[in-house]
Design a protein around this ligand. Structure first.
Ligand SMILES: Cc1cc2nc3c(=O)[nH]c(=O)nc-3n(C[C@H](O)[C@H](O)[C@H](O)COP(=O)(O)O)c2cc1C
Length: 672
């Protein structure tokens, strides 16, 4: 038995990589629980590995999500660089390390939990040993189903590798958690008769740019993992680009960069928008928490009561920087994200009525999975939960501590640097859903939730819409496309672009880049470009129609294939809605020739779940068909033809696509 296998460590490091906050908050919960159980524990983001001296750590719990097209989150970029360097050709670099991994992903994407899988194989190849089997949680079906039992198993596995310092202190530590020193509310909680339906109809939206502590000047702001600091950009113009009959409203906004980030960005990049929680939601929450207006505006600092237990990363800075409760609730924590079990458990501890407490605990139990899933489907806000469980007397401090960090929202830039502006298109997120009593199927069938059909809305896009044409500045930060979703400069290879709906955005930037390259004389001839665009109706939501048709007329865009899934003519002709992948299949031979014979680059942008998967399948089918008709082309794709067909099997075609993705000939920018 090796020393690493028998060694009992004095502490455990819990490290996370997270794009939208799930892995961050789950890893924090693990850390909090580890401290409660008496372990000496550290908790940090992977990119801070140097601070922790990663290479000498001996026991690590990783919680990592996957983003983009199987990519690791932005806040682990530096870590991956170091890991690659340390492990390259070195099979013993991590023989001293015992680890386990909780991966978060979504089976609707084609590279399920790729970050966790890659991390596992790289650590193993460098001699590290897993002390507990990795868990892969699926956001598509509900993370909790895997996360909860995996964490339970972790507590069973951990004592074999890490010494538990002070189990007897558990109660005392539990008491101390959550006591952050902010102005205590002196008025009694005021019950407010609000329910899901009323909350969902809130109309007013704040037009605040951001509080001083979030603003780039004079206060320093956290620099992003990609090295780009946030800055304030003025909304130069905003235009509704769909007609009133369209199912969704799409806006085209243009941001004046005023010299910021000017030289560093390229067409295909994205940027983050820092948006606040709805002002009315914050006001109503303050009332429910019993925090008066005065108290909400007073500046306070947060205090780490238990020295062993660090505050969540997004709250660290407020241990030294004074901040008001209102600003924290508006800008620091996400009030509208559906609650996690850990949050509900913490709220249960604050209930004075046993019915409320029992119900919250039931939602967190194994038997309560169905009820919990139903509750999450209804996307309740933090306030909805507090109204549903009226005896929950959580303090503002504890609530701020247990809610996840408010994450910026990301948008693709649809311009090229010559434009001098970041243009971007967004759909206003609004939807309605049926609310039924989540407890109606449970044993206890009395209800505290109001059944109704309710409207919900997104956090960022309604806020942006409300700022349209108001001459406001918003806080933004560049997110360079590290996955390489960029048009190679002055490159003469043919390009196929697939971008239905707002997925067309980066391609407008690509084509602008092409125009510039032609004007600058960097391209002798105009390379072949082909765009597949799709939407519901030609007349209502054909985004960028005139721009695309102009570019097609002057041949910067050589070929433009469109399909309108809900138009009567298309319906009549095809009998079913027709999407970009159907249009591509109809033109399989031309696409096959470009990809197989002409070394074309294929870009796909848009919805990952439906379109991304369907286009991937369609391209694989196109390759199979092309190989069938042109058997001589098979050798250009694979070393050995498929035994059955003597040509190219579907599995082989999918492998070819994976290879092309590695070679950056097949690039995808997909979102949820
Ligand atoms: C834009 C986007 C791309 C994603 N890509 C993948 C992917 O390629 N593979 C996967 O397994 N999950 C993917 N996911 C799912 C996330 O990994 C999952 O939702 C996870 O809970 C996010 O955790 P985080 O908030 O810590 O980043 C993606 C999610 C989004 C929003």
């Amino acid at each position: 038995m090796t020393e690493a296998a028998t060694f009992v460590d004095s502490s455990v490091a819990i490290l996370y990589a997270s794009q939208t906050g799930n892995a961050e908050s789950i890893s924090y919960n693990i850390y909090e629980e580890a401290v409660k159980r008496g372990y000496a524990a550290a908790w940090n983001v992977l990119d801070d590995h140097e601070k922790l001296g990663f290479n000498s750590l001996r026991t690590v719990v990783f919680v990592v999500s996957t983003t983009g097209d199987g990519d690791p989150p932005d806040n682990s970029t530096k870590f991956w660089r170091v890991l690659r360097k340390t492990t390259r050709g070195n099979k013993t670099a991590y023989t001293h390390l015992r680890y386990t991994i909780l991966g978060l992903g979504d089976t609707n994407y084609s590279n399920f939990c790729n970050t966790a899988q890659r991390l596992d194989s790289q650590l193993q190849a460098a001699g590290a040993q897993a002390f507990y089997a990795k868990g892969l949680a699926d956001d598509g079906t509900g993370l909790e189903e895997t996360v909860e039992p995996w964490i339970e198993g972790l507590w069973a596995a951990l004592p074999a590798v890490v010494k538990c310092e002070s189990a007897e202190d558990v109660e005392q530590v539990t008491e101390a958690i959550g006591r952050v020193a902010i102005a205590p509310a002196n008025s009694a909680p005021v019950p407010l008769m609000l329910d899901f339906a009323a909350m969902a109809d809130l109309k007013a939206i704040t037009d605040l740019e951001c509080p001083p502590w979030l603003a780039p000047e004079p206060a320093p702001v956290p620099v992003q993992a990609d090295g780009m600091a946030p800055f304030a950009a003025r909304i130069a113009s905003a235009q509704l680009i769909t007609s009133p009959e369209a199912l969704k409203r799409t806006w085209l906004m243009s941001l004046d960069l005023a010299g910021h980030a000017h030289s560093q960005w390229r067409a295909g990049d994205a940027f983050n928008v820092y948006a606040p929680n709805d002002a009315e939601l914050v006001n109503a929450l303050l009332v429910r928490l019993g925090v008066s207006d005065d108290e909400a505006s007073k500046l306070a600092v947060l205090e780490q009561v238990d020295p062993k237990l660090a505050l969540p990363a997004h709250l660290h800075r407020f241990t030294t920087e004074p901040v008001s409760i209102r600003d924290l609730l508006t800008w620091a924590v996400d009030l509208s994200v559906a609650p996690r079990k850990q949050t509900l458990r913490a709220l249960a501890d604050c209930c004075t009525e046993t019915t409320d407490r029992d119900r919250l605990l039931f939602l967190c139990s194994r038997q309560g999975v169905q009820t919990f899933n139903e509750l999450r489907r209804q996307a309740p806000t933090a306030l909805d939960i507090l109204h549903a469980f009226a005896s929950c007397s959580v303090t503002a401090g504890r609530l701020i501590e247990i809610l996840p960090a408010l994450q910026p929202r990301s948008y693709s830039i649809c311009s090229a640097p010559a434009d001098g502006h970041w243009r971007f298109a967004f759909n206003v997120v609004e939807y309605s859903l049926e609310v039924v009593d989540p407890f109606s199927s449970a044993e206890d069938s009395s209800t505290s939730l109001v059944p109704a059909k309710i409207n919900r809305k997104g956090l960022c896009t309604p806020w942006l819409e409300a700022l349209a044409n108001k001459d406001k500045k918003i806080l933004v930060a560049l997110r360079p496309n590290i996955g390489g979703f960029r048009l190679p400069e002055a490159d003469s290879r043919p390009v196929i672009m697939v971008g239905p709906g707002t997925g067309v955005a980066p391609f407008i930037g690509f084509l602008q880049q092409r125009i510039q390259e032609i004007q600058d004389g960097r391209l002798a001839e105009t390379p072949f470009t082909w765009l597949f665009f799709g939407c519901r109706h030609y007349a209502y939501d054909y985004l960028f129609q005139s721009e695309l048709e102009d570019m097609h007329a002057n041949q910067v865009l050589t070929k433009l294939s469109t399909c309108f899934s809900r138009d009567a003519a298309a319906r009549e002709r095809f009998g079913v809605p027709r999407y970009v992948q159907d249009e591509m299949l109809a033109q399989w031979e031309a696409i096959g020739e470009l990809l197989v014979e002409k070394d074309a680059i294929l870009f796909v942008c848009g919805d990952a779940k439906g379109m991304g998967k369907d286009v991937n399948e369609a391209v694989a089918e196109i390759l199979v068909k092309y190989a069938e008709k042109h058997p001589e082309a098979v050798a250009r794709l694979v070393e050995t033809p498929s035994a059955d067909e003597g040509g190219l099997s579907k599995v082989q075609a999918l492998q070819v696509l994976m290879l092309w993705a590695k070679q950056k000939r097949y690039l995808r920018d997909l979102w949820a």
